[in-house]
Design a binder for this molecule. Structure first.
Ligand code: ASP
Length: 303
């Protein structure tokens, strides 16, 4: 059984194309890379790759990760600038015994040395947002006024699972801030034996629950992907509420080795794209765990 799932509506075109690649026999890694790079290259998606959300200093700093569920190897970059496709750097780093997570200058040098394309990731639009945020309402800035990571989980015909994630992180983040996305077990996890999971939302909260590992661990203990996502998120939300906080903003996706998938969110509307066997669709779920199959038209104006 082949299957693929991606976060947010912005992933849908790439996920559906990647589904076709899987149907044609492509390995999960190639399918995931296809879906993620498609989002990275599209400047209209302002939270990932080219045209991403700048940090406080006006730099677009990216985080990305790639994990191979067959070997449990991962590669990731953090706080890296000007790498055209951060997910390609993460994939190249996957499989190394040491030095598989590179940050900042080291990640950029690695990309250059391996011949990856470099580009100024700022666009007119990303700089317009930055100028507006700094000049017009500096006193109202919070770390979490913009976000959204593309996370894609793929399962190929050989039964291999791969997770890939890419983001520019929080809008107006402090220079050097790293979220959950390049952190194994928090932003992503994949193990061919039990399943794969990934997270989007406030990284500082996602890391508190090591949520992607928690989801895969629940699948290991017999939960299906829906139960695992819902259970992991409910547990962290309940603890946050006990601590006097709100549930925050977190969404999860998961994919099992049998091709079944699941999601959970604290939001009122979390869109995701999923494909399994021959069919593919766009769905939304909410904080009550209700899920609906929706058309593109219903999500106009939503990323
Ligand atoms: N998780 C990302 C981060 O904290 C942002 C997001 O997914 O919205 O950097």
């Amino acid at each position: 059984m082949i299957a693929i799932i991606g976060t947010w509506k912005m992933s849908s075109a790439g996920v559906f194309e990647a589904h076709d690649l899987l149907k044609g026999g492509a390995p999960a890694g190639d399918a995931v890379i296809h879906a993620v790079t498609r989002v990275e290259d599209e400047p209209a998606f302002c939270s990932v790759g080219y045209g991403g959300l700048p940090d406080r200093d006006g730099h677009v700093m990216t985080d990305a990760a790639y994990m191979d569920g067959a070997t449990l190897r991962m590669g990731a970059i953090a706080s890296a600038e000007n790498i055209k496709n951060p997910i390609l750097a993460a994939r190249l780093l996957c499989g190394r015994e040491t030095n598989c997570l590179l940050a900042g200058h080291g990640a950029e040098l690695f990309a250059i040395r391996h011949g990856l394309d470099m580009r100024d990731m700022r666009t007119e639009e990303s700089m317009r947002r930055w100028r507006q945020a700094t000049q017009e309402r500096p006193e109202r800035l919070t770390a979490y006024t913009g976000h959204d990571t593309v996370c894609v989980l793929g399962l190929d015909a050989a039964g291999h699972l791969v997770a890939g994630v890419s983001t520019s992180g929080l809008f107006m983040k402090d220079p050097g801030r790293v979220g959950d996305s390049p952190i194994i077990g928090s932003g992503f996890y994949a193990d061919d034996r039990y399943g794969a999971a990934a997270a989007t939302g406030l990284g500082e909260d996602i890391m508190r629950g090591c949520l992607s590992y928690e989801v895969v661990s629940r699948m290991k203990h017999g939960q299906n992907p829906w139960e695992a996502c819902q259970g992991a998120l409910r547990e962290l939300s309940a603890r946050k509420i006990e601590l006097g906080e709100d549930a925050g903003s977190i969404s999860l996706i998961a994919l099992a080795p049998d091709g079944s998938y699941g999601a959970a969110t604290t939001l009122s509307c979390f869109p995701f794209a999923a494909a399994r066997g021959d069919g593919h669709d766009l769905f939304v779920t909410d904080s009550h765990g209700k899920v609906r199959d929706v058309g593109e038209a219903e999500l106009i104006g939503v990323d």
